[in-house]
Write a protein that binds this ligand. Sequence first.
Ligand code: NAD
Ligand code: GLY
Length: 355
Amino acid sequence: MAVQQTISVDLGDRSYPIVIGRGLLDGGFDLGEFVSGTDCLIVSNEVVAPLYLDRVLSSLNGKNVTTIELPDGEIHKTLATMQEILDQLVDSRANRDTTVIALGGGVVGDMAGFAAACYMRGVAFIQVPTTLLAQVDSSVGGKTGVNHPEGKNLIGVFHQPQVVMIDTDTLGTLPDRELKAGLAEVIKYGVICDVEFFAWLEANMQALLDKEPAALAYAIRRSCELKAEIVAEDERESGCRAILNFGHTFGHAIEHCLGYGEWLHGEAVAAGMVMASELSAVSESDRTRFRALVAAADLPVTPPAIDPADWLSAMGMDKKVRQKKLRFVLLKALGDAFITSSFDADHLQRILGAD
Ligand code: NAD
Ligand code: GLY
């Protein structure tokens, strides 16, 4: 018997549940209930489909299902790959009643959601995230898109799913490096808006690294609750949602400058969050505590060597830039983040490694 918890993302007529539990893909959850028409396209990739596609298919008994397996990896998060999804929708004569189901990590979820948003100006979409990062972050909130050669996630739209179904058992097959990358986004929630959760993470990091089910279930639930609250307040990031990008201005630049896939998104965000904490006017003890938690998750606390001019050029493509001015999410204290365009430019240069 599957144990489930449900969190609601409250967005008026675009509201939806996030269902979290074990065994949901083994008959514990009726995904078909959220498919309004008869036709679905499951978008997965060459790694995840062999592991979980059969189970998703069995939960869609009676539906007319087609599937597409994308190549694996951030390097394939492109308009060209999205075109493959659109071609599949056209080939299968999908219509406005078709539901697109994303089965995989954030790369699959972001691209499948973008294709669902574009096809016939928008069809229904379901998220079945299978990485920790996707379960705590990318599957919730409706950001979809692809990378451009000049910048990360530059092309995309907001398109909310009908439901997010998180079967935490899928983490059993997730490689350790990917689990740790997901922990970066979990740590992010604690440091930006919930100091008690931050302290809980300090006490439970080893249990999370050991994939203890109770610890993972709590971390996923709390992360989703926090993200749902922020998204409900600011769906399209005109205000407070920007704090979810803590560390991402630096992190996206790392991913772009090294080449997509060299550092995982979560690894780049981890080092980026430490850089953002250095730029913040927080106490030395808060900064030390934060760095220690990132290190305890076995994530990078220092950035790779990148020329300061390349840093600045990559960060100039950040979506938070206004009137050509960089804006950063910084900390007032642990659990208290804000967005600002006012920062110490000399200090930034030193953080970027300039003399
Ligand atoms: P990913 O999708 O590349 O998945 C990581 C790896 O794990 C891949 O090789 C994948 O095939 C594999 N995998 C997935 N599930 C597995 C499982 N259960 N068992 C074994 N292997 C499995 O990476 P990710 O970390 O999930 O997502 C990163 C992406 O998410 C980035 O592109 C980032 O920009 C995006 N993102 C989007 C949002 C958003 O709000 N939309 C938020 C955060 C991150
Ligand atoms: N991952 C940042 C956001 O969803 O806004």
